[in-house]
Ligand binder design. Structure first.
Ligand code: NPG
Length: 371
């Protein structure tokens, strides 16, 4: 197959409520979508990069530039054996895993759409529904947090993840635990305890949490291993696990016993499956992380999470948790049993809603061979 042209589009999706993390408060979700025009038909991908480089070094404008100027030119016009050849074509580009993942996903969608196979099956997925987890951002006061969690529990979510940081940890999390003694509850620090604040985590260690996610800095695998030796609550890594090599070191050191896998962070859905299977072989629990994806990326995450290596509920909430209107005609919805259906159709298994997409499009360009 050959990619003949690639459409890069920046869209801005309004959020139904602000989502506050250590990197700031989001009231909309700008993101880059990728549409590839190939000899086998068209395919769609989505780049997980945030508007600012506050989660990892990638960000929306940078990802779009790297796609336009460095990744797409290496792919357009090249004879590919299939989607698995994309990573090799792009290997010369250092870094930019989210941008790379978006382009590879679009080629996967085009090829699988042409052969009539679902992304879930292509990734070794077996489940037809996956357990849904919802992520809750930082708040200024505990009552607002409790009200927000109450609404999600009422909607049917069975697993809640709370953002924490120094000064916003034991008190709010204990309040949620006190209100819902049996709720599946976990916390995500996004590395906020790096500066020697790890002692504050002791207060979280007796709250029956499923895990504490990424308490220390991305590169502090030794620090996480030391923390894992003193805390009862399992340590989960997110930002730290960027490749096969970092996963191997984290497991060898005992830096984590749970992994949050995000295809964008590790360079694509094929790499994510490979890492998930490495975790499975090592007996390490895995769940699928989220980056406030539109229905495009959300469908791909649901496909990935249907693989048997994914043993814990992921950050895979319904579309309406973030958006009043999605860019696909089948936005993810929460089933009454707290699960979400895995798209079963060819490729991503969702259809682009052209009118919705146009309504949130900020800019679009076509990059063709010879540009
Ligand atoms: O449900 O898609 C979602 C969001 C899940 O909280 C979530 N993601 O670090 O994993 C993370 C976190 C995040 C999202 C962090 C956006 C920063 C910005």
């Amino acid at each position: 197959m050959r990619v003949e042209a690639v459409e890069l589009r920046t869209i801005r999706l309004p959020l139904v409520a602000p989502f506050r993390t250590g990197g700031g408060s989001l009231t909309e979700r700008p993101l880059v979508t990728v549409r590839v025009l190939t000899t086998e038909g068209e395919g769609w991908g989505e780049c997980a990069a945030l508007p600012e480089p506050t989660y990892t070094a990638e960000h929306v404008t940078g990802a779009r530039a790297v796609l336009r100027d460095h990744l797409v030119p290496r792919l357009v016009g090249v004879d590919l054996d299939g989607p698995e050849s994309v990573a090799e074509c792009l290997r010369a580009v250092v870094g930019h895993p989210m941008a790379t993942a978006a382009l590879e996903l679009a080629v996967l969608d085009a090829h699988l759409g042409a052969v009539g196979a679902s992304l879930a099956r292509a990734l070794g997925g077996t489940a037809t529904t996956v357990p849904s987890g919802v992520a809750v951002g930082l708040f200024d006061d505990v009552s607002r947090l409790v009200d927000t969690v109450a609404a999600f529990v009422e909607q049917g979510y069975r697993r809640v993840k709370l953002k924490v940081e120094p000064g916003w940890d034991t008190k709010p999390v204990a309040a949620v635990r006190e209100r819902w003694p049996d709720l599946a509850l976990q916390v995500d620090a996004n590395g906020a305890y790096a500066g020697g604040d790890a002692g504050a985590l002791d207060g979280l260690d007796h709250l029956g949490l499923l895990l504490i996610e990424q308490p220390l800095a991305t590169d502090d695998l030794l620090g996480h291993a030391a923390l894992a030796r003193v805390l009862r609550t399992p340590i989960c890594l997110d930002e730290s696990i960027s490749s096969d090599a970092t996963l191997a070191v984290a497991l060898a050191l005992g830096s984590c016993s749970v992994v949050n896998l995000k295809a964008g962070r590790v360079g694509g859905y094929l790499a994510a499956r490979r890492l998930a299977e490495q975790c499975q072989s090592a007996g390490v629990a895995v769940w699928c992380g989220g980056m406030i994806e539109s229905g495009i990326g959300r469908a791909a995450n649901l496909a990935l999470a249907s693989h048997p290596a994914f043993t814990l509920a992921g950050d895979l909430s319904a579309s309406r948790r973030f958006f009043a209107r999605d860019v696909v005609t089948e936005p993810a919805v929460l089933n009454t049993d707290g699960t979400i259906d895995v798209p079963a159709g060819p490729g991503l298994g969702v259809t682009i809603d052209a009118a919705s997409l146009a309504a949130v499009t900020e800019s679009v360009e076509l990059v063709a061979a010879g540009d």
